[in-house]
Design a protein around this ligand. Structure first.
Ligand SMILES: *Cc1c(COP(=O)(O)O)cnc(C)c1O
Length: 235
């Protein structure tokens, strides 16, 4: 992060590095609503948060001020908390179990919504990271396909992944490439009711989004390069 630039300038300089068709999710977790307003006033509209309580508080604070601000939920999501974000969230990128998908579907239908979702793929070395293993992913897609009339509350919009926490850029690239291959297999594999809706590949963060874009990312999730370091580095 360049500390001499404003939030708006940092977003602008990142924007200039984005490939065509790639959208920037500004990850504002642990940062203040003021920082979000600053980004919003600089013209940015798409933000990512990873904790329900924090997202709901920010939504309440900002919904009257930042009228067309869009939220993507990107963190671990407990089923009992889906109901708090279902009324307004624009996409849930971190669906890591069928049970969670079912709950999102149920809560979306209650709000008469259809929520775009991404299935999270586990590619990193760390066990701490969540998501479907690649072979599990095919089973889940198949399951949804066979029971699609029960999933009217969600729109299967693509995949999300986080690479390993490593300095080894070659390894990160191999992981992104694996996700890109899975994405293509699924998109063209005949097990999607709406293959045209399956169009998002969310991968890449501050340190590796260049590699993610080289492997076909359509959404990059960038936090610290925009907002600076977070006090709590856990998430
Ligand atoms: C925090 C977070 C990001 C952003 O990470 P930075 O390194 O700060 O850019 C991206 N994706 C997820 C899922 C996150 O939790």
């Amino acid at each position: 992060m360049n500390p001499s630039l404003s939030i708006g300038d940092r977003i602008e300089s990142i924007r200039q590095t984005l490939r065509e068709g790639v959208r920037l999710v500004a990850v504002s977790k642990f940062h203040s609503s003021e920082a979000i307003v600053e980004a919003y006033e600089a013209g940015h509209r798409l933000f990512g948060e990873s904790r329900v309580q924090e997202l709901v508080a920010k939504q309440e604070e900002l919904s009257g001020i930042c009228l067309d601000l869009n939220w993507h939920f990107i963190g671990p999501l407990q089923t009992n908390k889906v109901k708090y974000i279902a009324p307004f969230v624009q996409m849930i990128e971190s669906v890591d179990s069928l049970r969670l998908l079912e709950e999102i579907n149920k809560q979306a239908l209650k709000c008469q919504r259809r929520i775009p979702v991404l299935l999270e793929v586990h590619i990193a070395e760390e066990d701490s990271k969540s998501g479907f293993a690649p072979d599990e992913l095919h089973d889940v897609i198949e399951h949804i396909y066979r029971h699609h009339e029960e999933y009217e509350g969600v729109r299967l919009s693509g995949l999300m992944a986080m690479a390993s926490y490593t300095e080894d850029r070659g390894q990160i690239e191999r992981e992104f490439e694996l996700v890109a291959q899975l994405f293509e297999q699924i998109k063209h594999g005949g097990s999607l009711v709406e293959p045209e809706a399956f169009c998002e590949l969310s991968m890449g963060m501050s340190g590796d989004y260049d590699l993610a874009m080289a492997h076909g990312a359509t959404l990059v999730r960038i936090g610290s390069a925009i907002f600076g370091d977070r006090d709590n580095k856990e998430l």
